[in-house]
Design a protein around this ligand. Structure first.
Ligand SMILES: *Cc1c(COP(=O)(O)O)cnc(C)c1O
Length: 472
């Protein structure tokens, strides 16, 4: 496919600005660029086709099933977009006097109230722009808490081996040393190992519950108690609350601070770099440390960890989440979580005769299959199955995560998929399992219909080429 620069023809389609109706002002020399920017010149029609063609090459929740575990690719109602696009939210400036943006501040206050109710916490900051950013901010709170008490020896952050990769990364960025504890055979925190790991150097524990294999850790109250008794604080990675919202609250599980991804659970589009929102919520004793633009007066927070993003973070994302919460209501929030769990268990049951499950128990909002056996038997790997799904218009599940499961495929259908969609998708998975036994070669070379098949994943991630080179 030609790039927009390659479609450019000098002088074409650039008469878009109206005649200038104010006196011209000549900028000084040092404010002018040496060379004119090389903007593509293309007619509006060709431009429109170009982007439509690009969009067709992307897979989104509006193009097909997207069971990307841990990412909650649920359908995001268009109503959210409509409300977030209202001029009252959009045509404002963050430096406007507070009295002129009371409606916007009220919306933030209401969103804070609802989210704190769902989380079981006392207050929050909307500043963090994503989940990992929220983790970092929340850990800063934990650090500030220990330091404020003159306790500088608490430098260790305990993280189970099932954790999302962002957890150890955030802890390290925050200056903590991470202590990894193994999960037991049920994918849960190994209580004995946790007891051995805690001590007077424990700053805290980071935990996801339900964890990344989709299981709810029943020992959660004991886990948080062990950490508290050792003097540490408990951080809840609530990126994905889809299984528990309206059912149980992280605040009631004994956690002190958490983040949640509005761009997963609370139905705002994600992927492609955002914008997202990962508000950090905490118990009242941590409120003084929240980032500065917390609602209810920003000025006098001498103990705040500071600002982690400008103003109130990604405001429109909060509006989308608020619209979602208001349109579902308390009952609807709970029902969404229950249906997310029901759907995951339905698909798990459909696939269990054909794929090995990493854990037999009833799952929460997602489940993990292990293709280790299939690989031994046929040579077909998790990535082969993932690639074959692309040919069938299905986005692959999360692959090779969590790391504690070999040849992992993690499936999260979400509550917004119908029984019919899940039945059809399960049929595709089942066909692929059959093909693995009949014609493994065909799966090794999949996908056969996509513009790109199997790029070098390391190079694609480490050295992506995202800039057009005019000289090449
Ligand atoms: C997605 C996710 C994160 C990170 O969120 P980002 O917004 O991508 O930074 C952290 N933890 C878990 C469990 C997640 O699923």
């Amino acid at each position: 496919m030609e790039l927009i620069f390659e479609r450019s023809r000098a002088g074409r389609g650039n008469q878009v600005l109206p005649e200038c109706d104010v006196p011209e002002y000549k900028l000084g020399g040092d404010m002018l660029r040496a060379e004119a920017p090389k903007l593509p010149e293309i007619s509006e029609g060709d431009l429109s086709r170009h982007y439509a063609a690009l969009a067709r090459r992307c897979h989104g929740v509006c193009s097909g099933f997207y069971p990307l575990g841990s990412c909650t690719m649920k359908y995001n109602p268009k109503l959210n977009e409509k409300i977030a696009a209202l001029p009252g939210w959009n045509n404002i400036h963050p430096l406007q006097p507070d009295e002129t943006v009371q409606g916007c501040l009220e919306a933030l206050t209401i969103a804070e109230k609802f989210l704190c109710e769902i989380f079981g916490f006392d207050g929050l900051s909307f500043q963090p722009a994503a989940g990992a950013h929220g983790e970092f901010t929340g850990l800063l709170l934990i650090k500030a808490y220990h330091h404020a008490r003159g306790d500088f020896k608490r430098t260790k952050m305990i993280i189970p081996d099932a954790a999302h990769g962002t957890n150890p990364a955030s802890a390290t960025m925050c200056g903590f040393t991470t202590v990894t504890i193994p999960s037991n055979e049920y994918g849960m925190v190994d209580i004995e190992k946790l007891k051995e790991a805690v001590g007077d150097d424990t700053a805290g524990l980071m935990l996801t519950n339900p964890n990344t294999v989709g299981l709810f850790d029943r020992n959660i109250l004991e886990i948080t108690k062990i950490v508290h008794e050792a003097g540490g604080l408990c951080y809840y990675d609530g990126a994905n609350l889809n299984a528990v919202m309206g059912v149980v609250r992280p605040g009631d599980m004994g956690f002190d601070v958490m983040h949640s991804n509005l761009h997963k659970t609370f139905s705002t589009p994600h992927g492609g770099g955002g914008p997202g929102s990962g508000p950090v919520a905490c118990k009242d004793f941590l409120l003084p440390y929240l980032p500065t633009s917390v609602l209810g007066g920003s000025g006098n927070r001498p103990d705040s960890v500071g600002q982690v993003k400008a103003f109130f973070g990604n405001f429109n994302v909060v509006i989308k989440a608020l619209t979602y919460i208001l349109s579902l209501g308390a009952e609807g929030i709970r029902e969404a979580a229950e249906n997310a769990v029901l759907n995951a268990n339905y698909m798990k049951t459909l696939l269990a005769p054909y794929y090995d499950m990493a854990y037999d128990s009833i799952c929460m909002h997602e489940f993990v299959m292990t293709l280790e056996g299939l690989k031994k038997e046929t040579g077909v790997t998790a990535i082969d199955v993932a690639k074959a799904l692309l040919d069938e218009g299905i986005h692959p599940p999360t692959m090779y995560f969590p790391l504690i499961v070999h040849e992992a495929l993690m499936i999260e259908p979400t509550e917004t998929e119908s029984k019919e969609t899940m039945d059809e998708a399960a049929q595709v998975f089942i066909e692929i399992a059959k093909r693995a036994r009949e014609n493994a070669e065909d799966l090794h070379s999949a996908p056969h219909t996509t513009p790109i098949g199997r790029p070098d994943e390391t190079r694609a991630a480490r050295t992506p080429v995202v800039r057009y080179s005019f000289d090449a």
